[in-house]
Design a binder for this molecule. Structure first.
Ligand code: URP
Ligand code: ZN
Ligand code: ZN
Length: 479
């Protein structure tokens, strides 16, 4: 069999091991792993490089539609370029629901936009309004179409759901065999704190962190897990920022509850102090949960090493600093409540996690692969097609120079956003080529791929969406 591509002489890394091997590719898939593979139409020399699975980023807000009619400024095209520049080949993005409206038309529009993608992609369906019609008719159709995960927000106007609505979503997911992801912060507590701060004239970006301290995240994390436990529905707690919240996950995991935790590079590198920069500059670092104090980084890493937090996603958010739909949409003197939350990080994710993790000796390279590709692919039903290097898997690879030192600049991020919160951060380890389904889509920073060449990844039933069959008093409220 003539191979389309051989990646020769690199160290192939999976979540299990790092071994010297060539990778043989045919028709977009990995068909051989071994020594001295030849007979290929194209050979890429990976001598001295790590051959990693292409990154799988399961938390990306791309071209997301918002209830006020605005759209995130990052398109599926620009986000794909950014993903490839940073070694990522697959993303899961967010289809919106606007309260008081059905999901269908918004989802159709989002699907239409996503077809422009260069990277492979799937969707989480945001649920803000789980009416009877949504639960009984729309969600079954959405799951049947391969969108097998939902996101609920326990805070944010106009997105948040109350406990009753959250329970409805959990029950619907149980019935449908879908997975649930949760934004855990207490809506009423943040409102209360925000009103108190604004009443005292404390309006600057830095007060964003004051309005939502760790206790607000810890409480909601505890509640989200407890209610999921009641329904016996597996969940992932999104963007865990601090050990306090992660402890809630650890305690539940120790009880056998099917709960997983995600963190993001911002909670390993940024601090509340970044939001205290002069003028409006602090808005560049505003995301929710808020970045904490510097000492928290090491505590979050400890939770990563324990396996309590087993996915590191970007939570990439396409808000520019200057643009009309971005941070300054309500003016540069807007109070912190009126500045959109979220920061870009799609291209920066892998270099930051590699550098802060592997290069600084906090994790080894197999753990890096698990956190950034294998675990997210498994958790969201994309494995073994995505997230690993194995015969039969898609040939999605990042060729990685572990010694390359780079200072992060916005230009290197290749996104549509006019800033990166990681400007000036020095990293060791950088992707020198990205391969998507056997096609070299990035080499030495040059991205080359056709628009619309990305594929939607429908996700069928998989084991991790199933509960464990444990109920209070033996009573199953859903069955
Ligand atoms: O601040 C953030 N994280 N914005 C994006 C939306 C979300 O909560 O994930
Ligand atoms: Zn969130
Ligand atoms: Zn998010």
């Amino acid at each position: 069999m003539e191979l389309d591509l051989v990646v020769r002489g690199g160290t192939v890394v999976t979540a299990a091991e790092a071994v010297r091997a060539d990778v043989g590719v045919k028709d977009g898939r990995i068909v051989a792993l071994g020594e001295r593979l030849d007979g290929a139409r194209r050979t890429l020399d990976a001598g001295g490089l790590l051959v990693l699975p292409g990154g799988v980023d399961t938390h990306c807000h791309i071209e997301q539609l918002e209830a006020d009619g605005t759209v995130h400024e990052e398109s599926f095209v620009t986000a794909s370029v950014s993903a490839f520049a940073g070694g990522t080949t697959t993303a899961i993005c967010f289809a919106s629901q606007f309260k008081g409206h059905p999901i269908g038309p918004t989802l159709d529009e989002y699907r239409r936009r996503a077809r422009a993608a260069l990277m492979d992609y799937s969707f989480h369906q945001i649920i803000t309004d789980p009416t009877d019609q949504v639960v009984e008719h729309e969600l079954p159709a959405i799951v049947a179409a391969g969108i097998r995960s939902f996101k609920v927000f326990l805070t944010y106007d106009p997105l948040h759901v109350d406990d009753a609505q959250y329970l409805r979503v959990l029950a619907a997911a149980r019935r449908l065999g879908a997975f649930v992801t949760v934004h855990c912060e207490n809506y009423q507590a943040i409102r209360f704190m925000t009103e108190a701060l604004l009443a005292r004239g404390m309006t600057a970006p830095k007060y964003h962190a004051w309005s939502r301290p760790p206790v607000v995240e810890r409480e909601a994390t505890h509640r989200a897990i407890a209610l999921a436990e009641l329904v016996d529905q597996p969940i992932q707690v999104f963007h865990v920022s601090c050990a306090e919240a992660a402890e809630e996950i650890a305690r539940a995991q120790a009880r056998g509850v099917r709960v997983w935790g995600e963190t993001c590079p911002q909670y390993l590198t940024l601090t509340a102090g970044h939001m205290d920069r002069p003028g409006f500059e602090g808005a560049k670092f505003m995301c929710s949960p808020a970045p904490r104090e510097a000492a928290e980084h090491e505590r979050v890493w400890a939770m990563v090493r324990r396996g309590v937090l087993d996915v590191i996603s970007s939570d990439h958010c396409g808000y520019s600093y200057e643009g009309g739909a971005g941070k300054a949409r309500n003016g540069r003197d807007a109070n912190f409540r009126d500045i959109p939350n979220g920061i870009p990080g799609l291209a920066a994710r892998l270099p930051i996690v590699f550098s802060e993790g592997v290069s600084k000796g906090r994790i080894d390279v197999t753990e890096f692969v698990a956190l950034t590709a294998t675990n997210p692919a498994r958790l969201f039903g994309l494995a073994p097609r995505k997230g690993t290097i194995a015969v039969g898997s898609d040939a999605d690879l990042a060729l990685w120079d572990p010694g390359k030192r780079v200072t992060i600049t916005n230009a290197l991020m290749r996104h549509a956003i006019d800033y990166t919160p990681y400007e000036g951060l020095e990293v060791t380890g950088w992707p020198v080529a990205t391969i998507r389904r056997g096609e070299v889509v990035m080499q030495d920073g040059r991205v080359q791929a056709e628009e619309k060449s990305g594929r939607f990844l429908p996700r069928g039933p998989y084991a991790l969406t199933r509960g464990r069959g444990v109920f209070a008093n033996g009573f199953d409220p859903v069955g």
